[in-house]
Design a protein around this ligand. Sequence first.
Ligand SMILES: Nc1ncnc2c1ncn2[C@@H]1O[C@H](COP(=O)(O)OP(=O)(O)OP(=O)(O)O)[C@@H](O)[C@H]1O
Ligand code: SF4
Ligand SMILES: [Mg+2]
Length: 359
Amino acid sequence: MTRETGETRNAALLTVEDAHVVYAARSGHLFRPDRVYALTGADLAIAPGETVGVVGESGCGKSTLARVLVGVEKPTSGTIAYRGRDLWGMPSAERRAVIGRHLGMVFQDPATALNRRMPVRRVLRDPLDVHRHGTPAQREERVRELMSLVGLPAQLADALPGQLSGGQRQRVAIARALALEPELVIADEPTSALDVSVRAQILNLLLDLRERLGLAMVFISHDIQTVRRMSDRVITMYLGRIVEEAPAAEVTDRARHPYTRALFSATPGLLDPIDPIPLSGPVPSATRPPSGCPFRTRCWRADAECAATMPDVTANGDAEGGAHRFRCHHPVAGDEPTRTLVLEATRTTPAPSAPPEHP
Ligand SMILES: Nc1ncnc2c1ncn2[C@@H]1O[C@H](COP(=O)(O)OP(=O)(O)OP(=O)(O)O)[C@@H](O)[C@H]1O
Ligand code: SF4
Ligand SMILES: [Mg+2]
């Protein structure tokens, strides 16, 4: 769901067009494995300085999208461009240089993302050495600067990752991602492996760095309220597809896609709690996505049209705070309260049937 004006496109930092990622599944025949449709037809543009949040249930393709964005995974088809330059159309040395210098990635688990045998100083010097950043003295100075930037005491420079707390390790990982002053940082569940008590500190650090360094950010988390609070725009994914892209201010109450409304209804605000919108059945397998709209097997509004064709992108051009796009044949009205949808869905969603009795 790209922002399609030429002006915005030219200004974009990173653009993804019709990106697909298909994996060979572990299931199926040894020589004819099933295909996992991890990412399907993804379109997205990220502007300098903006934060794009990504939400969706486990397995919907968030990490796959993140890996494609940061250039560590080549899409099976489609293009990804940094400032208009096709990453996979350039020679590999050039691609590595562009990715290394301009795009940073923070992973979920700093314990596995950091080399256990490298002290902090070397972890942070490594990208500077690889990309021949300044003189050796300047690199040492940059290491000190990075540690101070992420709030790590200088005396930890010789510590190994195993000697650090989880929060300190994630600070090292963030400092490493920032070493070459990237314009965009992609954070995939950056706090979910951490103790609850340090999660807020790491989130605040990311927010603070974003402001101070003017970073663009892609932020992925299961905690969708945090994603909403941190982001300018929120992207909803379902079964490998981007099904909605909405300004963060609109995503809770004015989302147009039934799935986005259902997701956000399951995390009510404390002041006005409602029952969540009930959805029928499990998420279908990514090896056999349903025909038409991927959400149709669980959607209370689904009809024959939804089973027959994938909805095109509809754009609400007048949305405040940027583009609002969605793919749905029977979208929710922008002013329809979620409370009404709970009733509508309860009337049409069959109650879970009793398990079959054993003879
Ligand atoms: N290397 C791989 N080989 C085969 N299938 C894969 C591979 N990586 C991911 N998948 C599958 O691709 C789909 C998307 O996975 P992905 O990790 O992108 O989801 P996710 O939204 O990040 O999930 P989570 O919220 O659990 O992190 C899933 O069905 C997953 O099982
Ligand atoms: S297209 Fe149909 S099945 Fe898909 S979300 Fe819209 S109403 Fe539901
Ligand atoms: Mg993931």
